[in-house]
Design a protein. Structure first.
Length: 457
């Protein structure tokens, strides 16, 4: 007789689309509940989650304070068409804008949507409206979503291949990925070669982007993740982004930062761009702004780009944008970030986690690179030379972690991992901010067990 789980998987195979990302695991995993840093399957086996819904659940699963905020909203104003106002939307926008104005002296406004890709689409409209240009720069390895507009500035051709010609496809620029420098340079001696190569695009009109007579660039904005998310949590070298920001300002190109994966303290600061000495013209946020509860996304933009005289009512629309359940959860998240200084504890915990990974690296040849910023960490799996990408090993470990058969101190666990990177060989770690030192240590034991069981050296 088939188990309930087997029956559910058969039903899934019969009725559910495989076009989303569920079916990368073999077989797809079904979970029943969640709490803190753990997911639980039908046998109540705990799975320590090192990716927390692609960095959407920064404050832990089923966080009581955030769940209660959502419950209160359900009992008061759970639904409202976005053409009307409600308190939570206004207070959330004010909180985000005042934080930036107080710290950097830059006035701006917030515009809401639902999903991250939808907010990217809104930002593209904002940029086109402000500049009159429909072409964008973006980074190789960048990921901005899979709607048509967002796919055009996402570097992976795989996301566009089935859907015809993209006439507005971005011009993709190499990211400063120092472990795998696209130019074959060494960080110690390259003198920021990657940025210098970008500057060269503006030397002559025959490089295809710049009209020296009109002093105009054909491109309206440069879309960046200051720490690449799906690209493998790649962290740029110190000084890169201030140089890039100056170059863009000199050429009249807007700087747009995608904060959807790295925002809300993932990198140790509220917004990842705050680590790099820049203030963007526009940034896009989502995911963790509601701790993975009722979705909200949005954009912050400088006042001159988004005020009602230049971006009037009806410039964009989404039925569920600024929905009351999402704004209530997001407002509570933002209040939590302001009630105490989260940065010291997150930096300390992230540093401990990173040191444990570096200790692991010394024992395993197939860990080619580890690095991290705040609570965004990466483990690059390689062949025994410590450099050649090893996607097969990463895939085996990913699937083995979902089987729930890892044993520590007489108890079975699973380990939830996410695989990213240019060669799909990088474990991108986005643990809960609430994860304890004991849970970090447990995770290291589980991960090392996966290394042994999956054939690493």
């Amino acid at each position: 007789m088939k188990s309930d789980i087997d029956q559910l998987l058969e039903t899934d195979a019969r009725y559910c689309s495989f076009g989303d990302t569920v079916h990368y695991a073999d077989p797809p995993k079904i979970f029943s509940r969640c709490s803190g840093s753990y997911l639980y399957d039908e046998t109540d086996t705990p799975y320590l989650d090192w990716q927390m819904w692609y960095s959407a659940v920064n404050f832990g699963y089923a966080n009581p304070r955030l769940n209660n905020a959502l419950k209160r909203q359900i009992d008061t104003l759970p639904q409202l068409a976005c053409q009307y106002l409600h308190r939570e939307k206004i207070e959330l926008a004010e909180l985000i804008c005042r934080d930036i104005e107080d710290k950097y002296g830059v006035k701006g406004r917030v515009h809401f949507n639902v999903g991250g890709a939808q907010a990217v689409e809104d930002s593209l409209k904002l940029v086109r409206n402000a500049t009159g240009k429909n072409l964008m720069f973006a980074f190789m390895g960048g990921y901005h979503g899979r709607t048509l507009g967002a796919s055009a500035i996402t570097s992976s051709y795989r996301y566009r291949r089935r859907f015809g010609h993209f006439s507005d496809r971005a011009q993709f620029v190499p990211f400063p990925y120092c472990f795998r420098c696209p130019y074959g340079m060494k960080r110690e001696s390259c003198n920021m070669y990657c940025h210098n190569e970008f500057v060269r695009l503006f030397e002559t009109e025959y490089n295809g982007v710049w009209d020296d007579k009109a002093k105009q660039c054909e491109y309206g904005a440069f879309y960046v993740e200051t720490v690449q998310g799906t690209g493998g949590y790649v962290i740029p070298p110190e000084g890169y982004f201030p140089k890039l920001a100056r170059t863009l300002k000199e050429r009249g190109v807007l700087l747009v930062v995608d904060e959807i994966q790295m925002g809300v303290y993932r990198t140790g600061k509220l917004w990842s761009w705050e680590n790099f000495g820049i203030v963007p013209d526009v940034f896009v946020f989502g995911k963790a702004i509601t701790n993975g509860l009722n979705p909200i996304s949005g954009i912050w933009a400088r006042e001159e780009l988004i005020n009602p005289t230049v971006f009037p009512p009806g410039s964009t629309h989404s039925t569920f944008s600024s929905n009351p359940l999402g704004t209530a959860a997001a407002l509570e998240v933002m209040r939590m970030t302001q009630e105490k200084d989260l940065e010291p504890a997150l930096r300390e915990k992230g540093a401990y986690f990173l040191q444990r990974l570096r200790d692991l690296q010394t024992r395993w040849k197939m860990i080619g690179d580890v690095s991290g910023l705040g609570m965004a960490l990466r483990i690059e799996m390689c062949q025994s030379d410590g450099y050649t990408p090893n996607r097969e090993l990463a895939d085996r470990m990913f699937n083995a972690g979902l089987k729930g058969k890892l044993a520590v101190d007489g108890r079975h666990y699973g380990l939830v991992l996410d695989v990213g990177g240019y060669y799909k060989n990088v474990f991108t770690l986005a643990p809960s901010f609430e994860i304890s030192i004991a849970e970090i240590d447990l995770g290291m034991r589980l991960f090392e067990q996966l290394l042994r069981e999956c054939g690493a050296e």
